[in-house]
Design a binder for this molecule. Structure first.
Ligand code: WQD
Length: 329
């Protein structure tokens, strides 16, 4: 069975590719390598192309020839960048999905797992967000992910695509030391980067209406995210539901301060933070209700926050920005 993984040379994608390969499945990766690293895909065939480039449709269609399913992870995912470059985010994320669906229909590839995001919820005022909550994204990134979900739904209605949208909460950690998150765009790598520079971690806002005044998020291990994709592929083969969306999180929250303190425990470094002004657009609390994925997939995330931070630290120390023991502040 041949599975196509778009964005398979990236952080989450490389973990999905490796689990598919370990399961004995043949994988073809489509990636523009703007962020991905070709060495991360192992023995998988790699087709380098920009999904959003309509001129590439013939090559995209050819790459899908013989595929039984697509895991679509390729996309732009920086909230701040999306606010600065909204049209480009729509072109990349919505245009890329549209081209992918055109190519899939042309090749009769009718199974799709889509990497969506909790960003589709925007700034909810509830403790745990459920999938049927009103979807009110507050930035072009979240909007582009929501439109991607609509495109999956509309393809299911129009030509029988069987699609699943997986709404990632905060992905972190590393399933293998060499597959750590190469970007420093999220809390844990941003804290490790500060520590590697001998500087205090930054807390963006200490006056939120939470127990310790800092934002609370649902951190999920990247291996759990990748495993959810594997189960979603089975679901598409097993269940007659043509289309559905699931939160992929742990259902538990951790505050910025709790994460930073645990990084200190794991690394032995002084992680006393510097509290900075709030970052625009941050909801105080964003935790995913996960009962639907647990009941439908008969699965739940297996890794806790310490496992996430342990693996992040090991991957960081295996990389180019290793922090010498006894270094730091
Ligand atoms: C988490 C919390 C920051 C760095 C984003 C995307 C979301 C998803 C996950 C793709 C926030 C605070 C951070 C730092 C801090 N991406 N923080 N100091 O913003 O919850 O979600 O990544 O799907 O769509 O929006 O993640 O890791 O950027 O921030 O205090 O040095 O940590 O303010 O409260 P976020 P994050």
């Amino acid at each position: 069975m041949l599975i196509c993984v778009t964005g398979g040379a990236g952080y989450v994608g490389a973990h999905v590719v490796r689990l598919l390969q370990q399961a004995g499945l043949e994988v073809i990766v489509i990636d523009d390598l703007s962020y991905g690293d070709a060495t991360r895909v192992g023995s998988a065939e790699l087709v380098q192309l920009d999904l959003a480039d309509t001129a590439e449709l013939p090559r995209l269609q050819a790459a899908l020839d013989g595929c039984t399913a697509v895991v679509h992870i390729a996309g732009r995912k920086q909230v701040g960048e999306s606010v600065e470059r909204p049209a480009w985010y729509y072109q990349q994320n919505v245009g890329g999905m549209a081209n992918l669906l055109l190519a899939m229909q042309a090749q009769d590839v009718d199974r799709l797992v889509f990497s969506s995001s909790a960003a589709v919820y925007g700034q909810p005022s509830v403790g745990q967000v459920r999938e049927d909550l009103d979807l009110k994204p507050i930035n072009p990134y979240g909007e582009s992910k929501l439109i991607g979900e609509w495109l999956v739904r509309d393809a299911a209605r129009a030509w029988g695509l069987r699609g699943v949208n997986l709404r990632y909460f905060n992905v972190a950690g590393a399933g293998w030391e060499e597959l750590g998150d190469p970007a420093v765009l999220n809390l844990i790598p941003m804290v490790l980067e500060k520590l590697s520079e001998g500087r205090p971690p930054a807390v963006f806002g200490g006056d939120y209406p939470t127990a310790d005044g800092t934002c609370v998020r649902d951190y999920i291990h990247v291996i759990d995210i990748a495993t959810a994709h594997m189960i979603a592929l089975d679901y598409l083969d097993r269940d007659q539901r043509p289309f559905d969306s699931f939160n992929v999180g742990t259902g538990a929250g951790a505050s910025v301060r709790q994460v930073i303190e645990m990084i200190g425990e794991v690394t032995g470094l002084d992680t006393t933070p510097a509290v900075k002004p709030r970052r625009p657009g941050d909801p105080a609390v964003l935790i995913g209700a996960v009962d639907r994925i647990e009941q439908t997939f008969e699965w739940k995330a297996q890794h806790d926050l310490r496992s996430i931070i342990d693996s992040s630290w090991r991957a960081w120390q295996a990389g180019p920005r290793r922090i010498a023991s006894g270094a730091g502040r």
